[in-house]
Every structure is written in C-alpha cells, then in structure tokens.
Design a protein around this ligand. Structure first.
Ligand SMILES: Nc1ncnc2c1ncn2[C@@H]1O[C@H](COP(=O)(O)OP(=O)(O)O)[C@@H](O)[C@H]1O
Ligand SMILES: [Mg+2]
Length: 227
C-alpha cells in the first residue's frame, strides 16, 4: 500500500514545490519509488508548461527524467487563482473523485504519493471544499511548509489552528529560507512555533543554488520523520 504525503503550505510561493522535490529525491535515495501529484494546477497553460510544478519536479528529479509530467497534473486551469475560481473561468467543474481515482491508480505501483497543495490551507477547491478538506478526502498525511522569515510565526500558528480544529496534526513542519533570513531569527521563529503549538519544526531548507545538483545533506533532516 502506498503512503500518501500531502505537502501543504501557509501560502503560495513559499517553497511547497521545492520541498516536494526534496522529499521525492530523499525517497528515491532510500530506494523507494514515489509518485508526485499536483491535483489542482492553476496558472497552467499546459501541464508541461515551464510554470507547472510537475514540470519542475520532472526536470530536477533524475529518476523522472524523460517521463511525462502531465501524468502528475490532475486539473490544469489557466488563470492563476484559487482552483475554484480558476475552474469557473475555464468553464470546468472540479470532481474530487477524478483525483481520488488518479491516487488509487498510482498507488498500485508506487511506494508513496507526494501530493502538493495549491496555495494555503483555506483555499477554495469547490463551493464547499477547501484545500484543508482535501487532506481528509484523500486520506493523506499533511506536511506543513512555511517561510523561514518575518511573518511566519503568525502564518504557521494560524495554519496549525486550522488543522487542529479539524483534528489533524502535521507529520512535520518545514521552513524554507529562500531570502537569507538570519539564523537567529529563524531560531526565534522555531521557538515560537514550538512554544505556542507544541509542534517542533523538523528542518530548514536553505537556498538551493542549482536544482540539478542537490547534495544529500539538503534533505538529510527528513531522516527525523517517518516518511
Ligand atoms: N530553498 C530554495 N532555494 C532556491 N529557490 C527557492 C527555494 N525555495 C523556493 N525557491 C523558489 O521560490 C519560488 C517559489 O517556490 P515554490 O516551491 O514554487 O513555492 P510554492 O510551491 O509554495 O508556490 C520558486 O521560484 C522556487 O524555485
Ligand atoms: Mg508549488
């Protein structure tokens, strides 16, 4: 049976795709064969467009090179908006069962499905489903990604409250430090998150200069969780 990991975030543009890439690399390095899935890709002119998260993953994971990234895109909607509104713009309707069927099919011969959310947790997918609701619907384990810098204490604690309100707890919190936040501030952010939620940040991802050459030590912190 395949393990379903759901990479969710406090916001858009904070490093969910980059962490998904690290998780994929980590799992391949351990001998697993994970599958990446982006259920709702918006701002998507085509699933193989350079803007697509799946295309990013397939470009930088050596084991996926030459494979078709569109296999990993559930819905592809043109406008860069919440999936619900982007679907309306494209005159389409999101059917969660369509995504569940992709998961079921890929679970047959993959060790893990690494699902990437769209935007933050309270982003509408349909008129009565938010991204956070799809965690339950997909029966997946959430991993919360947040920025390392200013503003992250608030965003992270709010996201954790939303998860806890729905009786969920992330398997891990990972901070992405893409704008050289000083380590003293990152430490304070980690301290505050732990103090007020009781949940530990398990790793910080620093700037990656070249995605083609990601050293193993960039994802070594994933050894601290049971993926
Ligand atoms: N650690 C990092 N090193 C280098 N670039 C990063 C890092 N984290 C994020 N980025 C860049 O920042 C942008 C947003 O990250 P991304 O993972 O696409 O965010 P999200 O999936 O949450 O929208 C992308 O251009 C990505 O390449
Ligand atoms: Mg992304």
């Amino acid at each position: 049976l395949s393990k379903l990991l759901y990479v969710v975030g406090t916001d858009t543009g904070i490093g969910k795709t980059v962490v998904s890439l690290l998780i994929m690399q980590y799992l391949f390095s351990k001998g697993f064969n994970p599958f990446y899935l982006k259920p709702f890709q918006t701002g998507c002119s085509s699933p193989i467009d350079i803007d697509s998260d799946a295309r990013f993953i397939y470009t930088y994971v050596p084991k996926l090179m030459g494979k078709d990234p569109s296999l990993s895109v559930g819905y592809c909607f043109k406008n860069p908006k919440a999936p619900y509104f982007s679907a309306i713009d494209d005159r389409k309707k999101i059917d969660i069962k369509f995504i569940k069927d992709i998961i079921k099919k890929q679970a047959i011969d993959h060790s893990h499905i690494v699902i990437e959310g769209s935007g933050g947790l309270l982003v509408p997918v349909t008129d009565n489903i938010l991204i956070i609701d799809t965690i339950r619907i997909f029966e997946a384990t959430p991993i919360l990604i947040a920025k390392a810098g200013l503003g992250t204490i608030n965003h992270t604690l709010l996201s954790l409250e939303a998860l806890i309100n729905r009786n969920m707890k992330p398997l891990a919190i990972i901070l992405v430090n893409n704008d050289n936040t000083p380590s003293s501030m990152i430490k304070e952010n980690m301290q505050a998150i732990k103090m007020f939620s009781g949940i530990e940040v398990i790793g910080v991802v620093n700037n990656i200069r070249d995605f083609y050459y990601i050293e193993n030590d960039k994802f070594a912190f994933l050894d601290n969780i049971n993926l």
